[in-house]
Design a protein around this ligand. Structure first.
Ligand code: G6P
Length: 587
């Protein structure tokens, strides 16, 4: 959430900063800005809207002949998206960009106002800037260290001081890296921002202060810290759309390949996975789509391994009373590994002495580093804000965990392993049926309410289908347990209301069909996704029948492509839906 780029080196940094921001736009995109420094002169340019708006403004101005600069793309927390609230902020001698939230900003602001500080924005960032400026008497590291003792909340700062040619960075609960080029140093909130220039980087740890001149000096509480230099594995061209119109489509189409990569280590080799039956209770904790992947995991583990599983939204779990009175494993699911609430939930479990397992995409992320054990999905970079391939892989890993737990609980079905090998091919076949999804999209895209129904595993799958649709198309959509719809929400169903029903669980098939009849009788347009031929309704998408462990993997792509096609017909900004951000690093 929000993105930072900083540069110090031999070039005019404009291109590097703008390019970096474009690569970080998925972290927030309501306003942005850059600051350039040449000697004591500082130039700040800020704009509302996408990075392209900032770029236009930057290109229309005469720029300082700078060799150092900082830049930011914002997802508003304190204060509306406006030029005044956009970063960089300047107070006295300090100019900075900030990711995170300063929780005691109002308290600090009140004190600073009494001391005569004048504020020009509504942001917590400007307050942090003023606190650092208050302590700055020529020694930047000292001022930063004093200031961070006063700041509560989360922060990643990239800072420069009017009378110094050095660049500084510090972070807590919000990631920040330092990249090493050829006589050039970069700061970024993630490697994607600078991958075109370097793949060599170090991770800054909590409250380490990084001082960048020709070299990089990192200290923690004044003591020098030696940083390990890592090599990023993502490549610059992984950000290419490869001819697809949108990243979302490209990433959906990558699903067969990333499934193959992710599943391969476990084919005929489940020993590499933990055995969940060693625990008496599993808590799956995550946010957004990752939490919905957890709902599928819960259903599969409970049904097949007779093991108690709860799924909790991380923002609730971190604050609620959690009873740990059984041998419990907490599974954290996170694509980015940086979601603030999921990190907090993980730390809560660890504090209570509970084992943690992370299902995560980004190696080196906070959750990957701090969790007790990790299973990495091999999604590669996911650029579209609405997750598709990463969610798919989270579901795939949970399905494998459920299968292994089922085997430990006495299941004797070796056919499932043979099926795993076929999954990428089957998903590819589902993806190839683009015309079917377009036809459904054409039938529903003008509606303002769409409902999804299903029971058990089909309900778990439908929740993500509904979320995807509303995220990218802005159509109001809800997923209901098929039997529950009539307890209220059916009042919203009238002539032509689309109801998408997922019917793959044979045990409960007839019951769901009765519920489809109920909505049909009230005029609904009935769209069925099933592994059987079900006739008599408006549209049917028939998917191959699979073992219950992997059945969701052939339904999910249909839902993702329906959401994509609907959003496209409605002319939405598919890769960057309004108000959303991909990596939610604030509470
Ligand atoms: C945001 C994204 C979602 C994502 C959720 C959790 O809301 O827009 O697509 O599912 O965060 O993110 P994580 O990185 O923890 O999986």
């Amino acid at each position: 959430m929000c993105g930072i780029v900083g540069y110090k080196g031999k070039q005019q940094p404009k291109e590097i900063l703008i390019e970096g921001l474009k690569n970080l736009e998925y972290r927030g995109y309501d306003s942005s800005g850059i600051a350039l420094k040449d000697g004591n002169e500082i130039q700040v340019i800020r704009s509302v809207g996408k990075i392209s708006c900032l770029e236009e403004k930057v290109n229309s101005e005469k720029l300082l002949d700078a060799r150092m600069g900082i830049a930011h793309t914002r997802w508003a927390t304190h204060g509306v998206p406006s030029v005044e609230n956009a970063h960089p902020h300047r107070v006295g001698k300090v100019t900075l960009v900030h990711n995170g939230i300063i929780e005691n900003a109002s308290e600090l602001k009140e004190k600073l106002l009494k001391e005569g500080v004048v504020f020009n924005s509504e942001t917590d960032t400007e307050v942090a800037c003023a606190v650092i400026n208050k302590y700055y008497e020529g020694d930047a590291v000292k001022a930063i260290n004093k200031a961070i003792k006063e700041l509560k909340g989360s922060y990643a700062f990239c800072i420069f001081f009017e009378d110094s040619d050095k660049l500084y960075a510090v972070r807590k609960d919000s990631p920040l890296i330092v990249g090493y080029g050829d006589d050039e140093i970069y700061v970024a909130s993630d490697i994607a921002a600078i991958i075109n220039y370097t793949n060599q980087y170090s991770l800054l740890e909590e409250n380490e202060v990084c001082e960048i001149d020709k070299d990089v000096k990192v200290t923690l509480n004044g003591k020098k810290v030696k940083k390990e230099i890592l090599t990023a594995t993502i490549s610059a061209d992984s950000k290419d759309k490869c001819g697809y119109e949108h990243y979302m489509l490209k990433e959906i189409m990558e699903e067969p390949v990333v499934l193959e990569k992710t599943l391969k280590p476990y084919v005929d080799n489940l020993d590499k996975l933990p055995d969940l039956t060693e625990y008496e209770e599993i808590h799956i904790v995550a946010c957004g789509s990752a939490m919905y992947a957890g709902m599928i995991g819960k259903t599969l583990i409970e049904e097949n391994a007779n093991l108690r599983v709860t799924v909790e939204v991380a923002s609730e779990y971190r604050y609620k009373k959690v009873i740990y009175d059984r041998k419990t494993l907490v599974i954290l699911i996170s694509q980015s590994g940086e979601t603030a609430d999921t990190i907090a939930a993980m730390r809560k479990a660890k504090m209570a002495g509970i084992e943690t397992l992370a299902i995560v995409n980004v190696v080196g992320s906070t959750i990957a580093r701090e969790s007790g054990s990790q299973i990495f999905i091999e999604a590669g970079p996911e650029i579209a804000v609405a997750t598709t391939k990463a969610y798919m892989l989270q579901v795939a890993i949970l399905s494998l965990l459920a299968y292994k737990a089922a085997l430990s609980s006495g299941l004797d079905d070796k056919n499932v392993m043979a099926e795993i090998k076929k999954i990428p091919r089957m998903v590819r076949e589902i993806l190839d049926r683009r015309d079917d999804y377009l036809e459904i999209a054409k039938a529903i895209y003008k509606r303002e309410d769409i409902f999804f129904i299903g029971r058990k595993i089909d309900y778990a799958v439908s929740m993500e289908g509904s979320l995807k649709l509303k995220e990218v198309s802005y159509i109001h959509s809800e997923a209901y347990q098929a039997g529950e719809l009539k307890h209220g929400t059916i009042s919203l169903v009238d002539d032509g209301t689309p109801v998408i029903s997922i019917i793959t669980d044979k045990d409960i098939r007839e019951k769901t069909i009765s519920n489809v009849q109920e909505v049909k009788a009230r005029g609904a347009k009935c769209i069925i996704i099933s592994n059987e031929e079900i006739t008599g309704y408006d549209h049917l998408i028939q998917v191959p029948e699979m073992s219950n462990f992997f059945q969701p993997l052939v339904v999910v792509p249909c839902l993702q492509l329906i959401a994509y096609e609907v959003a496209k017909l409605r002319g939405c900004d598919i890769d960057k839906p309004k108000n959303l951000a991909k990596s939610v690093t604030v509470e």
